[in-house]
Design a protein around this ligand. Structure first.
Ligand SMILES: [Zn+2]
Ligand SMILES: [Zn+2]
Length: 354
């Protein structure tokens, strides 16, 4: 992984206009990226060589060392570039590389030592989920454009100036808490619709098709669902006029909590499980069990489910036996077939829906 990510990083240095996103570049410095690339290359060589010497996963190790070598041959950390020009469209390859690197760095050891189940990061379906992770990050700009286009006009039409100024007079932390509640309530109502309306369930079934739950599994989401959910959730935040720092803090929280909620973490959180959505809470939402098909829609605050009457959490600290949709055969494997699946006419999904 380090070898391949290093190779992609070198390509980002060669083609910054095309492969890196203007918005995300503002978050990190060129120096930081070069240092990290150097560390990644060294680690890929050392770990790959050790694996070959110990005869463990030789093919994978050679792939890693090979791609790190190619990265060095292509210029490594010394690739020079001029001022980065503005392009109408670019990919978020830098966002993908950095996000995957740091998520894996945090969650792979955490899940290994504190996992609720023992499983390899390379479990069944990891390629599919990694492909979703790749798509969601690399296409970030296009997703953003679609979300902005669909929300800005509606938000401009439905404006409540008095309410807006009342909200903006609140301190940022209060705006943030209110934004999280409003966004989660909207998300949970839409989420419940995904589970109850057959044609919406077709899209959401993709997310529920993961048979194994870990930090990467949450990435599995149909592109239509990504755009629709983000637009619908962003709409009330824009209409109510929350300040930019409050919305930004909310967006960061969504990113973290959506990954955390799917993670394979067996830590006991006690009463905190009733205040915040944590892995066990969302894992029950993914349970492959007839009695659990209408529960735990929130992604931030269990309070939202309590208000909707859909809050459920076993008091004994137990976890689901199995994850996935009720009829496994209705969702195909692989990102391409899963993206086509909702548009096929022949299948009947109605019996999945409550
Ligand atoms: Zn769901
Ligand atoms: Zn989920």
């Amino acid at each position: 992984m380090l070898g391949l990510l290093s190779l992609l990083a070198v390509l980002c240095f060669h083609f910054p206009e095309l492969l890196t996103s203007h918005e995300f570049r503002a978050v990190y410095s060129e120096q930081f990226a070069r240092h990290l690339l150097l560390a990644g290359l060294v680690a890929a060589f050392v770990l790959g060589t050790l694996a070959v010497l110990r005869d463990r996963g030789r093919r994978v190790a050679l792939l890693g060392v090979g791609s790190a070598t190619l990265a060095v041959l292509l210029g490594g950390t010394n690739v020079k570039f001029d001022a980065i020009g503005q392009t109408p469209y670019s990919l978020g390859m830098d966002w993908f590389v950095l996000s995957l690197f740091f998520s894996a760095l945090v969650f792979v050891p955490l899940e290994h030592y504190l996992g609720q189940r023992r499983m390899s990061p390379l479990r069944n379906g990891w390629r599919t989920d990694l492909a979703y992770f790749f798509m969601g990050h690399v296409l970030v700009q296009f997703i953003l454009i679609l979300v902005t286009a669909s929300t800005s006009t509606v938000a401009a039409l439905a404006a409540f100036p008095a309410l807006k100024s009342a909200i903006q007079s609140l301190p940022v932390w209060a705006q943030f808490l209110l934004a999280v509640f409003v966004a989660d309530l909207t998300q949970a109502l839409l989420h419940r619709a995904y589970h109850n309306i057959p044609w919406l369930w077709r899209f959401h079934a993709v997310h529920h098709s993961s048979r194994e739950m870990d930090w990467l599994a949450g990435s599995r989401m149909h592109l239509v669902e990504i755009v629709l959910t983000r637009s619908v959730v962003l709409l009330p935040l824009l209409m109510l006029g929350f300040s930019q720092p409050a919305v930004n803090a909310y967006v960061i929280l969504v990113g973290l909590q959506a990954v955390l909620a799917h993670a394979n973490l067996g830590i006991r959180f006690g009463w905190l499980e009733y205040v915040l959505v944590l892995p066990r809470y969302h894992h029950w939402h993914h349970a492959r069990h007839g009695e659990w098909i209408d529960a735990n829609y929130a992604i931030h605050l269990p309070l939202v489910d309590m208000l909707m009457g859909t809050f459920r959490l076993p008091r004994d600290g137990s976890w689901p036996q199995e994850y996935g949709v009720m009829k496994l055969e209705t969702v195909p494997r692989g990102i391409v077939r899963q993206h086509l699946m909702p548009f096929r006419r022949t299948r009947h999904y109605d019996d999945h829906v409550r």
